[in-house]
Design a binder for this molecule. Structure first.
Ligand code: PFF
Length: 434
């Protein structure tokens, strides 16, 4: 049975959902640890530079293609040229692969909320984290719990599910974050963390940093898998996409900076290293929480914050394959969710087991989890972002003058959409493959 195409209730709910998609694990989990690995403030400068010069272009293109075509990803590409249908397929495929590792990290958050609530006594946080990820059954249960929570909202539809989740979770997220920042800034030597974030050491600048910053920018802005294209396709009236683009970029950057301000002062205050990688949030921070009064309350608040951010992004990732399946195959949203759940679970379970029972199984010399991360962040997302710029600039002939008053800036935008952004994205893709 075919369902009516949904539309957002208002501009506010659309923007909130788009911000909800962008602000997620990429801001609170990935941004601080990548910044920690690449030397702090100087990485931040490179990252900001790339966002304002390159990344806003594919973001804008995704929203515009969605808004103009009013179709899910496959249909959107197909309506520009039937030969591009295959390019559209890459988006839900990327969504399914991203979700398979995104939901694993979501599962870790679920588990950490559980241990914060039950006040489990932990001696060595690093060992504890690796024991948990290697322990197949609890890890799989957590992955599936998180996946189920997100798909529940997606199945309820755009208004009752996606808008509702964002309306409740985003304010909750903001309130908890402000509380944790105030707490963190009052710790002794908090200023060392701020110096690390804002005082650049240019000797740390290198080419790898540019790649890492561009990859992080695409991931955190939800560019390159059609989530914003799909959200853009639910816009009803003639809303300004340019303003929406700035709002998403501005909010996402503010939330990434705030996560740094929440995390780095605490790390420096306890004399710990900021470069501990992906475990920063699951090993270093819990270690800090265990040493402060009411640590389990702070820990619980932190992981609920992370969960809220991850759910609103997870919902947007699921929306891409769900919208494609339900609209293409004329299936109800609930049925499409059921199939998407099964497919993602079938990939996410082996990926969860790749830390334990399936750790010996490798694809291109990588564990299943690492392969999914690599193939999406380094290959599929830049590739999809490249295609959306080409389609929007060369085939849909979107021009800067349609939305920018200043004709020089409009021309600069045209150059960015047709040449600069595709070139940089392709460059990233080629380098990332080596
Ligand atoms: N932007 C999200 C985050 O920062 O966690 C992740 C994400 C969501 C990536 C949606 C891609 C996407 F389409």
């Amino acid at each position: 049975m075919e369902e009516k195409r949904p539309v957002w209730t208002s501009r506010y709910t659309f923007i909130l959902a788009a911000i909800g998609s962008a602000v997620g694990l990429g801001n609170i989990w990935r941004f601080p640890y990548i910044m920690g690995q690449y030397g702090g403030a100087v990485f931040l400068l490179v990252y900001l530079l790339l966002i304002v010069t390159i990344c806003f272009i594919p973001l804008f293109a995704e929203l515009t293609v969605g808004k103009i075509t009013k179709k899910e990803c496959i249909g959107a590409f197909e309506s520009v040229n039937p030969k591009f249908k295959i390019l559209g397929f890459l988006n839900p495929l990327t969504g399914i692969l991203i979700s398979s590792f995104y939901f694993i990290v979501g599962g870790w958050i679920v588990y950490y909320i559980y241990i914060s609530l039950t006040n489990v006594h932990i001696v060595n946080y690093s060992e504890y984290f690796s024991d948990f990820t290697q322990n197949s059954i609890p890890a799989c249960i957590c992955t599936l719990t998180f996946l189920f929570s997100c798909i529940y909202f997606t199945a309820r539809g755009v208004k009752k599910g996606i808008e509702f989740a964002n309306n409740v979770l985003m304010p909750l997220f903001a309130v908890i974050m402000i509380g944790l920042i105030i707490f963190s800034l009052q710790l002794p030597n908090a200023h060392l963390g701020l110096e690390y974030m804002f005082k650049p050491d240019f000797s740390k600048l290198d080419s790898q940093m540019f790649l890492a910053a561009l990859g992080q920018a695409l991931f955190t802005l939800s560019i390159g898998m059609g989530a914003l294209l799909t959200y853009g396709s639910y816009i009803s009236e003639d809303k300004s996409i340019a303003k929406t683009t700035y709002t998403i970029i501005f909010s996402d950057t503010i939330f990434a900076l705030l996560s740094g301000i929440m995390i780095f002062p605490a790390i420096f205050s306890f004399g710990l290293e900021p470069n501990s990688g992906a475990g920063l949030v699951f090993v270093t921070l819990p270690h800090i929480f265990s040493q402060i009064p009411y640590g389990n309350v702070v820990s619980c608040a932190f992981f609920i914050l992370l969960l809220a951010a991850a759910v609103t992004s997870g919902i947007s990732i699921l929306e891409v394959p769900v919208a494609s399946i339900s609209e293409r195959l004329k299936m109800t949203r609930a049925k499409a969710c059921y199939w998407v759940f099964l497919v993602i679970a079938a990939i996410a379970i082996p990926a969860t087991l790749s830390f334990g029972a399936l750790s010996e199984f490798k694809i291109l010399n990588k564990s299943i989890f690492d392969f999914l991360d690599f193939s999406t962040s380094n290959v599929l997302m830049p590739l999809n972002a490249f295609f959306i710029c080409i389609v929007a600039g060369w085939f849909l002939k979107i021009k800067g003058e349609m939305f920018i008053k200043n004709k020089y800036i409009a021309k600069l935008f045209d150059f960015g959409l047709k040449f600069a952004a595709p070139f940089v994205l392709l460059f990233l893709l080629i380098i990332g493959l080596n």
